[in-house]
Ligand binder design. Structure first.
Ligand SMILES: [Zn+2]
Length: 523
């Protein structure tokens, strides 16, 4: 690997002013100022909680059919003179990819500060990462959701808990016997079964915050879980996917008007189960129903309290960019090697397919009934056996080419990902990536947020090291910087999506986890 030279790396507290108004979307590398106007110097206040929640529809009016609606949901929580706002949106991301535009966050924050006096540092916006299509005026509707939530604020009690759901998700990185890791994607084929050695972990924990009105009715539930909500629905329509269905189950089974806000966790390498099934219609609804019921099971025993701590720590980290040039060169060499290894073949798809069926069905006598082979033997001939030897050799060559083709699709897809991030890094002068990390504490519920697709191990590490029992981690929040895999996973650069669709150098993980440990100490 080449020497990596980074400009000053580490933590900076950001004092940039949020720019109001609407700017044309900027290229991803010129992210407009998203950082908050001021950082609270003494985080947190202990007192009585107030909260309000609201839901606004953000479904695209033009994407037809609509299977189920997409929403922006807002929860405003107040304690003394501190107000925190959590917004969840049924969308792939709030910047970078998807249709939000990179100025969405700054636009929303500026409006909230101007109209409602909300400190931009105290606004968290999390994308569920479902792949649904939203309306064009999503920023305006987000502001509307927060406006309504603030207007509805009432005294509340709060409490946290956990649920457990291990049936709906799987780790999509497959550890191969070669030591490499490939992943379960539609963009490329799965590796042959006998090359797969093991699979990675999931996080079955659901983090829950419940807020009740003083009369005992539930006002809102926040739940945090890690899984790409990308299963889809049988009619191919617009959908909030698994977590949209889960939220509906939760809301339908709580007090009237209760709002369920899904906060996406460390889902970078977590897929829904049966993601590549071709034998049944792909349907997120049963998975969402299971998740929703598991959340409800976790919601029920939570004890709430009227008094507790509300704190927000909002800091900007500078993270080093990966140096992708050498890997990209090596992958292009590998691409040519694979291309050149394709052999001439006597068969084509039309002749291969019936042969594959026959030789699979009757390995001993594939080409005719057994008596023809037996008869040959009695007259001292082996014509049919010779035919089988020739056919088997041709089939093997043909399948060899297919496997090379499958590998080529993966290599080429990953070359495209690396090229995009390499060119973007060069265009940005390899400046460190500025990311916003937030710690939010509501009584004993503690949430850490990050703007990338954190892989599940990062979340498991943070939870394990935290001094707070109820610590949860949200990716996809307050920006979007693509995947954020572990330093270990980045050794696999070029082989799986999470390591190839990534702007970060391996050193990022320690910088982030150290900073999170510090925030968790202070919050
Ligand atoms: Zn993703």
């Amino acid at each position: 690997m080449r020497d990596m030279k980074f400009p000053r790396i580490g933590v900076v507290l950001c004092f940039m002013t949020v720019i109001a108004g609407c700017a044309a979307p900027l290229p991803a590398e010129q992210t407009p100022p998203i950082a908050p106007a001021k950082i609270p110097s003494t985080p947190g206040i202990v007192g009585e909680f107030m909260a309000g929640a609201a839901i606004v529809d953000i479904t695209s009016p033009t994407f037809i059919p609509v299977n189920d609606r997409l929403f922006a949901k807002a929860l405003a929580i107040k304690n003394g003179d501190i107000m925190a706002v959590i917004v969840t949106v049924d969308a792939v991301a709030i910047a970078g990819i998807g249709s939000f535009g990179d100025d969405y966050l700054s636009k929303v924050r500026a409006r909230l500060q101007k109209e409602l006096g909300i400190n931009p540092a105290h606004v968290l916006i999390n994308a569920s990462h479902c792949h649904g299509t939203v309306c064009n005026d999503v920023a305006e509707r987000t502001v509307q959701a927060v406006r309504e939530a603030v207007a509805k604020m009432v005294p509340v009690t709060v409490g946290s808990g956990v649920g457990h759901e291990s049936r709906v998700s799987e780790n999509r990185r497959l550890r191969l016997k070669s030591g490499k890791e490939w992943d379960v994607r539609h963009a490329y084929a799965l590796p042959p079964d006998d090359e797969v050695a093991s699979v990675g972990p999931i996080d079955p924990q659901i983090g829950i915050l419940r807020l009740d009105r003083k009369d005992g009715r539930t006002l809102a539930v926040i739940y945090n879980f890690a899984c790409h909500p990308i299963q889809g629905v049988p009619n191919g329509g617009n959908t909030a996917d698994m977590t949209g269905f889960a939220s509906k189950v939760i809301q339908d089974n709580l007090s009237d008007g209760a709002v369920a806000l899904f906060v996406q966790g460390c889902a970078g390498d977590i897929n829904p189960v049966m993601y590549k099934d071709v034998n049944a219609p792909r349907d997120a609804e049963p998975l969402g129903n299971m998740l929703g019921l598991s959340v409800l099971k976790g919601v029920k025993p939570i004890k709430t309290t009227a008094t507790g701590k509300l704190a927000v720590i909002n800091e900007t980290l500078q993270l080093p960019r990966g140096d992708l040039g050498a890997k990209l060169d090596a992958m292009k060499v590998e691409q040519m090697r694979l291309l050149r290894s394709l052999k001439g073949t006597s068969l084509n798809l039309k002749t291969f397919m019936p042969l594959a069926a026959k030789y699979g069905l009757s390995p001993e006598f594939p080409s005719y009934s057994s008596h023809r082979y037996l008869h040959d033997k009695t007259i001292g001939r082996d014509d049919w056996e010779k035919l089988d030897v020739a056919n088997r050799k041709n089939m093997q060559d043909y399948m060899g080419n297919i496997l090379i083709m499958e590998e080529l699709t993966r290599v080429q897809t990953n070359i495209a990902l690396l090229t995009r991030h390499h060119e973007a890094a060069l265009a940005a002068g390899r400046k460190p990536l500025e990311v916003e990390v937030v710690g939010l504490r509501v009584h004993d519920f503690v949430l850490i947020s990050f703007p990338g697709e954190l892989t599940v191990q990062i979340g498991l590490n943070i939870k394990k090291a935290s001094p707070h029992l109820r610590t949860f981690v949200a990716g996809y929040t307050n920006g979007y910087i693509y995947y954020a895999p572990t330093a270990e996973q980045l050794k696999n650069l070029g082989n799986a999506q999470e390591d190839s669709d990534c702007k970060l150098a391996p050193e990022w993980q320690k910088i982030f986890e150290d900073q999170v440990a510090d925030i968790l100490k202070r919050i």
